[in-house]
Ligand binder design. Sequence first.
Ligand code: NAD
Ligand code: DAU
Length: 350
Amino acid sequence: MDSENLLVTGGCGFIGSNFIRHLLARENFRGRIINADSLTYAGNPDNLSGIAEAHPGRYLFEKTDICDLPALKAIFARHGIDAVCHFAAESHVDRSIKRPDSFIQTNILGTFNLLEAARAAGSRFRLFHHISTDEVYGSLGPEGYFTEETPYRPNSPYSASKASSDHLVRAYHETYGLPTTLSNCSNNYGPYQFPEKLIPLIVLNALERKPLPVYGDGKNVRDWLYVTDHCEAIRTIMEKGRRGETYNIGGHAEMENIAIVEMICDLVDELAPAGVSRRCLITFVKDRPGHDRRYAIDFSKLHGELGWSPAESFVSGLRKTVRWYLENRGWSERIRSGAYQSWIREHYGV
Ligand code: NAD
Ligand code: DAU
């Protein structure tokens, strides 16, 4: 990737922090990363601890809200930003159902602001990569896959806000010639995922012998991708993807939720034996309103044009992930106790 000053938004979240680690570890990336993150409940500076020291002068943090356009423009000017990789978003579907407001602000208006800042940067600006989701396509029946041609049919406030941001990115390319790429990815899992999402929630609850909530009949299907495979797909698209194009990213790993929960129970039993199977903690609960039944991604465009395919299988990736959460109990305990939020208030006064 030939960016000299890459703005990563939402770099303290799950995928953003994995992406920053992934990119800085690559020998052929020689640029600087400026991480703009407002540190919401999901943003955790600890996800990048040691990174600035390991890469002197190549990683900078700016505590910034992407809804603040003057602040974004100042960052572009101060750091000579020539590319953007845009992760920052409100990302949890259940929260969007309870309180959609911040999803509209961050995911739609925040993306609009970033596009405006990129447009104002003029000819030195090389690439705006927008991270989106397969949820914009809606829900599949028992057969078939989402392709880049599948019509958008978002079903939750979260996916509708992401769909809206995708349309803005497309429009800025078509109308203003902004160099853009866009990726729609399936469910990620791996280290540093906030424990409100299915996999880390179930691992931690299983360890603590709390109920394991499964929505509805547990037969909803997601296509799972290990987070570093997503990071490598993004890097590949930014480096070689055609400008103005969209690429789907998936894991070819369709799983019913109940099967995943059972696999996690068995892994936790094996790695942290408790004398009784964690499967007895499984609790079927009321379904999520508008719960999409099935997602599955056709990523043949990304594979055929750019040669990417996932490296991790679901079985090996899930084992690695469960092990990581077991070995990093301090991380999740600090999150669950609200310790990071107190630290942020102390350091930034908000
Ligand atoms: P996350 O919730 O873990 O992290 C989001 C980050 O964005 C946090 O660091 C948060 O502080 C920051 N942020 C939120 N609002 C902000 C604002 N107004 N200004 C600046 N920063 C702000 O999310 P994630 O799971 O890492 O997802 C990252 C991106 O990938 C999102 O755009 C999401 O839609 C997309 N995505 C996620 C998945 C998945 O499975 N997690 C799959 C496909 C696409
Ligand atoms: O598909 C990509 C999307 O994947 C991303 O765009 C979102 O940002 C990300 O949060 C994720 O959305 P999901 O809604 O699929 O993820 P979640 O982990 O919340 O739920 C996964 C499945 O598990 C879903 O079918 C709902 C179910 N579930 C979830 C939770 C939190 C449960 O059965 N019980 C739970 O407690």
